[in-house]
Design a protein around this ligand. Structure first.
Ligand SMILES: C[S@@+](CC[C@H](N)C(=O)[O-])C[C@H]1O[C@@H](n2cnc3c(N)ncnc32)[C@H](O)[C@@H]1O
Length: 324
């Protein structure tokens, strides 16, 4: 089934909305700030605007706006610093931020958050030599509905792209694993964690195709010298895709056994049939660092400045993989 038709984070700001539940991601995003700041230092600054930044997979926006504010602030600081060093008038180009999500996303919540950010920025923005700088939200914004596994923005238009906590989502579940007549039918399970290695390899194949599409699409959209900064869930064991999570971390990984036992409770209570459970599979795949590196080399459009898995960083292996 096509992911674009069924995935959407819960909108609004109710109890179970992404606005309130995206705390883990917000925390992970904050830990990435020093690396984002460092990455901005490697960016070549255009003399004229618009300078275009894009977030691929922004959800309903609270975390995304915070990442974008931070990046805009880092870029602005670089222009101010460059102006001071050269004894020139600081001239910060106008910036455009594109917020991308799947079409089913609650873009209304994002739009309301952006409007209130813009109001705060207008009230507080200091002015340096006539240019509105120093306030992180001094940018124009656009919302782009569509899958980031396709082309979404004009050729050679993006200077800095990010995608935080998204690229482990697959574009679709391989048809073979939900087909009852297939030898690869994922019977009795709703994911690949600790399951059949052959079925896990089907997920791996789809996921690698997705990553190729993401990289090829961004390669077309980035300006020469543009930067892609991505962080997503990865796994520690390059060889065995069914080992999606390091065994010591499994007990606190909610998408694994807990999820399957919730489905099983629904079957026991007669709410759903086993077939319903078996036709659902989580569209998630945690790539290894080696798989990501191979995809970037295969794409051929990017140099790797930084590629770190949590194993290197001595973090819990179900944590995110960061690439710039
Ligand atoms: C866990 S949320 C992360 C949101 C945000 N980046 C953050 O850090 O809070 C993952 C988001 O990726 C989006 N997503 C998944 N696949 C996508 C695709 N193919 N194209 C665009 N967005 C996608 C989901 O809809 C979801 O909102």
């Amino acid at each position: 089934m096509d992911q674009a038709k069924f995935i959407a984070m819960v909108g609004g700001d109710g109890e179970f909305s992404y606005q309130r539940m995206g705390v883990l991601q917000a925390h992970a995003g904050r830990r990435l700030e020093p690396l984002m700041a460092e990455t901005v230092k490697h960016m070549s600054l255009p003399e004229q605007g618009p300078l275009h930044i894009a977030d691929f997979g922004c959800s309903t926006g609270r975390n995304s706006i915070s990442y974008m504010n931070f990046i805009v602030k880092c870029i602005t600081d670089r222009y101010v610093e460059a102006g001071e060093n050269n004894g020139h008038v600081t001239c910060v180009p106008e910036m455009l931020v594109s917020f991308n999500e799947l079409p089913g996303n609650d873009f209304n919540t994002l739009s309301q958050l952006l409007a209130s950010e813009a109001k705060d920025a207008k009230d507080l923005a200091p002015s340096i030599n006539g240019a509105d700088v120093g306030r992180a939200s001094s940018y124009f914004s656009a919302m782009v509905g569509g899958s980031f596994y396709n082309r979404l923005l004009p050729k050679e238009s993006i200077h800095f792209a990010i995608s935080i906590f998204c690229l482990h989502w697959m574009s679709q579940i391989p048809a073979t694993v939900t087909d009852m007549s297939s030898p690869l039918y994922n019977e009795g399970r709703s994911w690949i964690l600790g399951g059949n290695p052959t079925i896990a390899r089907e997920f791996a194949q789809q996921s690698m195709l997705d990553l190729d599409n993401f990289l090829d699409s961004r390669a077309a959209e980035m300006v020469p010298g543009g930067i892609v900064f991505a962080s997503f869930v990865s796994r520690h064991d390059a060889a065995n895709p069914e080992n999606q999570v390091n065994p010591e971390c499994r007990p606190r990984f909610s998408l694994g056994p807990d999820f399957e036992s919730a489905w099983n409770d629904l079957i026991d209570d007669g709410v759903i049939t086993t077939e319903t459970r078996d036709t659902f599979n989580l569209p998630l795949y945690a790539r290894s660092k080696e798989e990501v590196e191979a995809a970037i080399i295969k794409c051929g459009a990017f140099d790797i400045q930084y590629l770190q898995s949590p194993v290197d960083a001595n973090l819990c292996p179900e944590d995110e993989l960061t690439v710039a």
